[in-house]
Design a protein around this ligand. Structure first.
Ligand code: IMP
Length: 428
C-alpha cells in the first residue's frame, strides 16, 4: 500500500482526522492537498484532544513528515497560531513540516470580501476564513503564493496591486493604508516563523516515492462540498475528491493506489444548501447531542439526517472509493429503528442517481429502507464478530447497497474505539 488517500464521502465532518491519524502510523509522509483552515480535524491522542486546521494530522506522530501541498490556501497568521498551539504541547514542526511554495495565501482582504458577500442574498454560509476569495484570486491569476510572500520586492508589488484592485471592499472595513501597514507588520513577525518550511512539494514527493516512502493524502471537507461535484453553489472552493490529491500536490495520477472513503453511519452538514435526508425534531436533537455535532471550526450546530445511499454511491463513484471507513456507528446505539435512504422521489418520480439540478436537489424526498436498531453499546467492541447482530446487519447492508467494502469501523474519538476489519488499515 505505497500511497493512500483518505477522503470525506459526505459534507465534511466524517471523522477523517481520526482515520488519518490511525493511518499515519503506517505513512512516512502525510499530505494536505486542498482547503485551508476552514477544516477542523479532531484527533484524540495520548489522552488529549487536538483540533488541527491546516497542519496535517500526522504531525502528532513523532518522526512523521508533513506537507502542505500547493492546493491548500494558507492564512499565514492562522498557521503561526496553530504552530504555537502545537509547540505548547511539545510538538515541534521544524524539520518535519514542509510547505509548497506555490500554495496561495489568505489575507485580511479575502476575509473582508467574504464577510461582505455573506451579507448578500446569495450567501453560502461559509466558515468566513476567506477561503473562497483566496481561491478566486488564484484562478483570476492575481493571487499571492507562499514563495512570493518570502521575496520582499515581489511581495510588495503584488500586495500593492491587490490592495488597489480590492479597494471597494477594503474601504467598507478599514483604510487601504491601514491594511497595508497591518499586513506588512504581521509579515515581519510571520516570516521568521515560516520561511524555513518552504519546499517544492511536487518534487519532494516525487523523490520520496522513488525512495519507497509511504504517502498518505489527508482530504479535508467532503465530496458533497466539492466545487465540481458537490451541491453547488453551497460548496467549498476546492476539490476535496480523490482527484484533487494529484492536482493539489503534484503527485501523478495512478500512483495513489487506494482511496479510503470516510462516511458516517448517518449524515450531517453545516452551512446552507440542499440536504435531502435532513431531519428535525427529537430524532435530530438526539443524533446531534449524541454525536457531539457542533462544527470543529465554527462551533455551529450541524444539520443531521439519515445515511443517504443515493449521495454515497455518487461519492464512491467519483472518488473510486472501493474501501470505506464507517464512523460514529455508536451514535445509533440506542435507536429502535435505523433508516437508510435508498432513493429519492421527485414530483412522483423515483430517482436513484444524485441529481445535478438545484431544484431537484432541493425538492428531492428521501425513500427510506428501515432496519431494526441494536439497542446495545458498540463502544469497546474490537472485532466485527462481537458487534450486536443488528449492527452487523446494518454494516452488511451498507456494503451491499454501496458496493464498497467497509475496512474499518469507528465507534468513538479515541483509537481504541475502532474495529480494523482489514489489517492494512490498522495502526502499525
Ligand atoms: P468555506 O469552505 O468556508 O468557503 O465554506 C463553504 C461551505 O463548506 C460552508 O457550508 C461550510 O460550512 C462548509 N465547510 C467548509 N469546511 C468544512 C469542514 O471542514 N467541515 C464541514 N463543512 C465545511
Amino acid at each position: 500500500m505505497p500511497s493512500l488517500s483518505v477522503i470525506g464521502m459526505q459534507w465534511g465532518d466524517e471523522g477523517k482526522g481520526k482515520v488519518s491519524h490511525i493511518l499515519s502510523s503506517w505513512a512516512d509522509w502525510i499530505v494536505r492537498f486542498q482547503g485551508g483552515n476552514n477544516a477542523g480535524h479532531t484527533v484524540v491522542f495520548d489522552n488529549s484532544q487536538y483540533v488541527l486546521h491546516l497542519v496535517p494530522s500526522g504531525i502528532l506522530y513523532p518522526g512523521k513528515k508533513c506537507l502542505i501541498g500547493n492546493g491548500v490556501v494558507i492564512d499565514p497568521a492562522a498557521l503561526v497560531e496553530e504552530l504555537d498551539f502545537l509547540r505548547k504541547r511539545n510538538i515541534e514542526a521544524d524539520g518535519r513540516l514542509f510547505i509548497s511554495g506555490n500554495c496561495h495565501l489568505i489575507f485580511p482582504y479575502h476575509k473582508y470580501r467574504e464577510a461582505y458577500m455573506e451579507k448578500l442574498k446569495t450567501r453560502v454560509g461559509t466558515t468566513r476564513r476567506g477561503i473562497g476569495p483566496a481561491y478566486g484570486d488564484k484562478y483570476a491569476r492575481v493571487g499571492i503564493r507562499f514563495v512570493d510572500y518570502l521575496e520582499d520586492d515581489t511581495f510588495k508589488e503584488l500586495l500593492k496591486r491587490n490592495l488597489r484592485g480590492k479597494e471597494v471592499f477594503i474601504k467598507k472595513f478599514t483604510s487601504v493604508t491601514k491594511l497595508k501597514d497591518k499586513i506588512m507588520k504581521e509579515r515581519e513577525e510571520i516570516l521568521p516563523r515560516l520561511k524555513d518550511f518552504l519546499a517544492d512539494g511536487a518534487s519532494l514527493l516525487y523523490s520520496e516515492e522513488k525512495r519507497g516512502k509511504n504517502i498518505l493524502f489527508e482530504g479535508a471537507q467532503g465530496t458533497m462540498l466539492d466545487c465540481d461535484f458537490g451541491t453547488y453553489p453551497f460548496v467549498t472552493s476546492s476539490n476535496p475528491i480523490s482527484g484533487g490529491a494529484c492536482v493539489g500536490s503534484g503527485f501523478p495520477p495512478g500512483k495513489i493506489e487506494t482511496v479510503l472513503g470516510v462516511t458516517k453511519a448517518y449524515t450531517t452538514r453545516v452551512g446552507l444548501g440542499p440536504f435531502p435526508t435532513e431531519i428535525e425534531g427529537t430524532e435530530a436533537e438526539y443524533l446531534r447531542e449524541k454525536g457531539g455535532e457542533y462544527g470543529a471550526t465554527t462551533g455551529r450546530p450541524r444539520r443531521v439526517g439519515w445515511l443517504d445511499m443515493v449521495q454515497l454511491k455518487m461519492a464512491i463513484r467519483v472518488n473510486g472509493a472501493d474501501k470505506m471507513a464507517l464512523t460514529k456507528i455508536d451514535v445509533l446505539d440506542d435507536r429502535e429503528e435505523i433508516k437508510i435512504c435508498t432513493a429519492y422521489k421527485y414530483r412522483g418520480r423515483k430517482i436513484t442517481e444524485f441529481p445535478l439540478s438545484r431544484k431537484m436537489q432541493e425538492e428531492a424526498e428521501p425513500v427510506y429502507e428501515k432496519l431494526p436498531g441494536w439497542n446495545k453499546k458498540t463502544k469497546g467492541v474490537n472485532k466485527v464478530e462481537d458487534l450486536p447482530a443488528n449492527a452487523k446487519k446494518f454494516v452488511e447492508r451498507i456494503q451491499e447497497l454501496s458496493g464498497s467494502k467497509i475496512a474499518l469501523i469507528s465507534m468513538g474519538r479515541s483509537e481504541e474505539e475502532t474495529i480494523h476489519i482489514e489489517k492494512e488499515f490498522a495502526a502499525k
